[in-house]
Design a binder for this molecule. Structure first.
Ligand code: UDP
Ligand code: GLC
Length: 386
């Protein structure tokens, strides 16, 4: 099966890391078309997945865009759409992984008669998207996509509630290769030394810096915990959230947390860093569509606490494979951190159970098999190009 994957981003967000895992089995017969250059292209090249940057033009549709702005930018996409439609003639299907990829992919699919699949990795709610953009996404998906793959039940439900056709929408969770998350005590000691941790309880936060990822909630919780509770923030502002970064640093100063907090920026050695943590906190204040970091923490056998909204509640079995908190509740987070610190045996049991369940539910080969079956369902076997 020959697939033309499309993604608007050059940056390495969760959608892009997940697409790398989806595309890998097709790497002999696929192309990943990007609408921007950057670290994502490098990752695909490292994995020997064919990649091409299809445009260098900035695409100016934002998640909160109104109708006029959205329509005028569709006009400016014409050369890119024409290029994709031409490329698509050599492929069995177009696989759009982001919203702008859906816009381009839908029209290109119409022009080239190449079927369209949309991998929906966002919750189409007012927290995340303007009304106009929700309408555009649903209209294009309903009219042009043969299949919508949602990254969680919550994502699928929001799609249907926004008017999406339920009969084309299927849930497939993200897949992970458990081997890549095996950790060891050597990593733990080494990283703790690098971070200057000497007996303190270390809470890790692994997310891009963005207001809705809620790094400020962990800072507020930290201020309510004893001094020996410290935190490390791993991740960078990927989409221009510089004001928020500044606010975070101000908050650290206001709460006098300078000695208890480290910001490491974007890192490529997540697994090693997770080994050093006693707890991983996921603090999104708006519903998280899936939350790769939560499953990664489980596979690293690190206890996890996460904000109970969106797909997260499908990942964490409360009290058995992790803790849940009400989104935005820093007091509750402080209590959970304290419980986890005071009851290391219970925390270890939860982490063990979480690792077992994560391997059972999110193993990459099985997940890729589910996607392959869905793709075969929408294509006529005699017409598959390879
Ligand atoms: N990540 C990373 N380095 C960092 C911060 C995050 O490699 O410094 C990875 C993280 O391990 C996860 C992904 O980026 O695989 C983020 O995906 P998630 O679904 O948690 O959130 P998103 O950013 O896609 O909303
Ligand atoms: C998006 C979502 C995130 C999800 C990722 C991979 O970036 O924000 O929750 O884990 O896609 O599907």
């Amino acid at each position: 099966m020959k697939i033309l994957f499309l993604d608007q981003s050059g940056k390495l967000g969760g959608a892009e890391i997940s697409l790398t895992d989806v595309a890998k089995p097709y790497r002999d017969h696929c192309l990943v078309g990007l609408f921007a250059d950057g670290a994502f292209k490098d990752l695909l090249e490292q994995q020997q997945i064919p990649v091409q940057v299809l445009t260098t033009e900035q695409i100016n549709v934002r998640k909160e865009s109104g109708i006029i702005q959205s329509l005028s930018s569709v006009g400016s996409l014409a050369p890119l759409i024409a290029k994709v439609a031409k490329l698509a003639r050599d492929y069995d299907l177009i696989y759009a992984n982001t919203q702008k990829a859906l816009v381009v992919g839908a029209i290109a699919s119409f022009l080239s008669r190449c079927p369209l699949v949309y991998h929906l990795r966002d919750i189409l709610s007012p927290d995340h998207f303007s009304r106009t953009n929700r309408q555009i996404i649903v209209t294009l998906a309903n009219n042009f996509a043969s299949l919508v793959i949602a990254n969680s039940q919550a994502t699928r439900t929001a799609f249907v509630e926004a008017g999406g056709r339920h009969e084309i929408a299927e849930v497939v969770y993200n897949g992970f290769d458990p081997k890549l998350y095996q950790n060891n005590d050597f990593n733990r000691q080494q990283v703790r030394q690098e971070l200057g941790i000497n007996g303190q309880f270390l809470v890790g936060h692994f997310s891009r810096l963005s207001p809705w990822k809620g790094q400020h909630i962990l800072l507020e919780a930290l201020a309510l915990c004893p001094d020996e509770v410290t935190a490390v923030f791993v991740g960078d502002a990927l989409f221009g959230e510089q004001d928020y970064v500044q606010q975070l640093h101000q908050k650290v100063a206001e709460l006098k947390l300078e000695e208890r907090v480290r910001f490491l920026g974007f890192r490529g050695d997540i697994v090693r860093l997770m080994a050093a943590c006693d707890l991983i906190a996921h603090t999104s204040t708006a519903p998280e569509p899936f939350g790769r970091v939560i499953v990664e923490a489980m596979l690293c056998r690190c206890p996890v606490v996460a904000a109970a909204a969106g797909g997260v509640v499908e990942l964490v079995d409360i009290g058995k494979t992790g803790w849940l908190l009400s989104p935005g509740d820093s007091q509750q987070l402080a209590q959970i951190i304290t419980t986890c610190r005071n009851q290391p045996q219970q925390a270890a049991m939860i982490a063990d159970q979480a690792e077992i369940q994560a391997i059972q539910r999110f193993e990459l080969t099985a997940i890729n098999q589910q996607i392959s079956q869905l793709l075969h369902r929408i294509l006529e076997p005699s017409k598959i190009k390879r």
